[in-house]
Design a protein around this ligand. Structure first.
Ligand SMILES: C[C@](O)(C(=O)O)[C@H](CC(=O)O)C(=O)O
Length: 360
């Protein structure tokens, strides 16, 4: 379908996370010129879906490969995006080797693996960004969604967080409405900031993205369900999306019905909904297929690596401590196998090529 808007033509548009992303013909020096990659952010008039009623911005995107890929996945109607929760180089490499097409950097996992500390808002902006940067660049063709907690302060901090995550190569990030001294979304006693403060975080993120000409996907997360109830949590997500967030994420959902209600609430507008699966929490458990069936667009399994690492490593350590020996595995893993998952072949080939150039 081709839309006509006074001043420009939009062709090849596709709907993507609340954006209409398109090739655009712009009148430049009296001629229509095609500007691939330029995006027009439009609001559709619900009463007249054939016409755009408002152009909110035109952006020349210096699209990052990974954010673009994430947007492509979001715009695929048949796709559910699955983010295995990784938190260090090895878990990220293992998820890549398992051929996941998206990764999720869990903040809880980052806090525990990098700091040895529980998910209580202790990981700093710099620590989170450094971890995200390392993971995002192991294979930049696989988009990384990274936890950005509260944005680490006021709007100026959020601004800086978004800029850092963009330059780190992160494809999408989520920002929430807990106080800066936050805690894991599945713990009791969460404190929530006012609507205005939350909205200013989202607005800061959206404005910074625009200022940098980036297409990073902004995921609005609310933790308000626990203390303020479903209606308030939903209202916050709706306003966050109206401000410019691309995806709605209600944290620590308590029932399957609530998950369905959230999906239904955003269905008409085509806003993708994200769901956080945390094994052992009170949130309903969904398989990928179940999540897809109810309309969830992104599901992240925050504990998919953490839990088996905890179980497996605890058992192995107990064995060594008590029996004075390591566990025997059916198929012994050699150091080679581990290094291969972490790029050994490519590194050695690179080294070989460098040596050849040097010799010639
Ligand atoms: C999604 C989450 O933010 C994360 O860091 O992975 C956590 C998950 C967890 O603590 O296990 C959360 O707050 O839900």
């Amino acid at each position: 379908m081709i839309f006509t808007i006074p001043g420009l033509y939009i062709v090849d548009h596709h709907r993507c996370a609340g954006w209409l992303q398109s090739n655009v013909l712009l009148p430049v020096a009296g001629r229509w010129q095609r500007r691939p990659g330029a995006a027009v952010k439009c609001r559709l008039d619900p009463d007249n879906p054939q016409l755009h009623c408002e152009i909110t911005s035109i952006i020349n995107l210096t699209m990052s490969q990974s954010a673009q890929k994430l947007r492509q996945l979001l715009s695929d109607p048949d796709k559910i995006i699955v983010g295995p929760g990784v938190y260090d180089g090895l878990t990220a490499r293992m998820a890549l080797a398992a051929k996941f097409d998206t990764l999720y950097m869990t903040g809880a996992g980052t806090s525990m693996s990098r700091l040895g500390l529980a998910d209580l808002g202790l990981a700093t902006q710099t620590e989170m960004k450094e971890n995200a940067e390392m993971i995002a660049n192991l294979d930049p063709s696989v988009p990384l969604i990274a936890d950005a907690d509260t944005g680490y302060g006021g709007s100026a901090n959020v601004r800086r967080t978004v800029a850092k995550y963009i330059s780190a190569g992160v494809a999408g990030l989520h920002l929430e409405d807990q106080v800066v001294n936050k805690r894991c979304g599945h713990l009791a006693g969460k404190q929530i900031v006012s609507r205005d403060e939350y909205y200013s975080r989202i607005r800061a993120a959206v404005n910074m993205r625009r200022q940098l000409g980036s297409d990073i996907v902004i995921i609005a997360r609310t933790d308000a369900l626990q203390s303020l109830g479903f209606d308030e949590a939903l209202a916050r997500l709706k306003e966050a999306v109206a401000i410019g967030a691309d995806v709605a994420f209600m944290e620590a959902i308590q029932t399957r019905e609530q998950a369905i209600q959230v999906c239904n609430a955003f269905k008409e507008a085509g806003t993708p909904v994200m769901y956080g699966m945390v094994q052992g929490s009170k949130s309903p458990h969904f398989t990928i297929q179940e999540a897809k069936d109810i309309g969830i667009k992104i599901i992240v399994y925050a504990g998919v690596c953490l839990v088996p690492v905890y179980i497996g490593v605890s058992r192995a350590l107990k064995k060594l401590k008590e029996d004075g020996d390591t566990e025997a595995y059916d198929s012994e893993i050699t150091p080679h196998d581990l290094f291969n998952v972490c790029g050994m072949k490519e590194l050695m080939e690179f080294d070989r090529q460098a040596a050849i150039s040097h010799a010639s």
